[in-house]
Write a protein that binds this ligand. Structure first.
Ligand code: ADP
Ligand code: X2W
Length: 267
């Protein structure tokens, strides 16, 4: 089934949420190429959600902290939160916005809790200040999209108590997608999800994904991404694409209904 087409009546008016991983920031030309494709998407409302794990790694190391990940998620002690939020909601968010604006895209930098879009609960996985996002209010995004701004959202969130939390950017993108009932594209530094034979899979269902995670074939940041995509696919009852930001022209192919990367299935 083509769930990613501008020609389908049900999806024609849906906004498109594109998540970009941090590694794109180390390749300015790739970010510019992606933004150039976004600029060409006439009549399509686009929201960018970004990570920046590699920038967080660098800034924590510069401050003399060590860092560890569990299930692909960063353990976040309270004393590291100001560096992490400074890296993601500050440095990374502002530089993406500035690059987009230099290309005439009218970008606006936001974080998850702005306009009460999304609030967070603490993760039950005992990871410190790691948040699980819950959708709240789409008013801010609705009005920005209506007035043709490009929202650029970092994965820094907040608890109802007002404390900041670190949210995996794939989970953040899923929450924004749910908030807008949007289409979702998870762009990363590889062409999709690889199976046991090392080849990219064109499609991945729930059962296959869990065995590949248990076997360690899907590991690190890809675990968090596949889990986030499975959750979104199930909730939205449509497949979610994991593809590469290295070939942004693939976005056009996806919008034309051609399968690229790995399609994560709803069951
Ligand atoms: N089965 C797999 N298929 C593809 N990539 C995988 C797989 N298992 C682990 N990875 C790793 O996951 C990385 C992507 O996750 P991550 O670095 O968190 O990306 P992003 O920053 O885009 O969210 C890939 O660069 C790759 O090294
Ligand atoms: C809880 C958690 O893991 N947060 C992530 C947020 C950034 C992120 O997800 O960046 P990428 O998309 O580049 O991996 C982190 O601290 O690295």
């Amino acid at each position: 089934m083509n769930t990613f087409s501008t020609t389908s009546k049900t999806t024609a008016t849906k906004p498109l949420v594109i998540k970009i991983g941090g590694a794109i920031l180390e390749k300015e030309s790739a970010l510019q190429a992606l933004l150039a494709v976004i600029a060409k998407l006439r009549n399509k409302q686009v929201v960018l959600v970004h990570g920046g794990g590699c920038v967080v790694d660098e800034m924590l190391a510069q401050a003399g902290f060590t860092t560890e990940k569990k299930h692909g998620l960063r353990v976040t002690p309270s004393e590291q939160m100001s560096i992490i939020s400074g890296a993601l909601a500050g440095t990374v968010n502002k530089s993406i916005v500035a690059t987009a604006n230099s290309m005439g895209l009218m970008a606006v930098g936001l974080s998850l809790n702005d306009g009460d879009m999304v609030s967070c609960e603490l993760s039950l996985l005992e990871l410190g200040f790691v948040g699980v996002p819950k959708t709240n209010n789409s008013k801010l995004l609705d009005s920005l999209l209506k007035t043709e701004f490009l929202p650029v959202i970092s994965s820094i969130g907040a608890l109802p108590s007002g404390e900041l939390v670190n949210v995996n950017a794939d989970d953040a993108a899923v929450a924004i997608c749910q908030l807008l009932n949007a289409e979702l594209l998870l762009l990363t530094d590889v062409n999709g999800v690889k199976g046991s034979d090392g080849e990219y899979l064109s499609s991945l269902d729930h059962e296959q994904a869990h065995s590949l995670i248990n076997e360690g074939v899907i590991a690190g940041g890809m675990t968090a991404k596949v889990n986030a995509a499975l959750h979104a696919a199930k909730q939205l009852r449509r497949s979610i694409a994991v593809a590469s930001w290295q070939s942004p022209e693939q976005i056009m192919q996806l919008l034309d209904g051609q399968g690229v990367g790995t399609q994560i299935q709803p069951h």
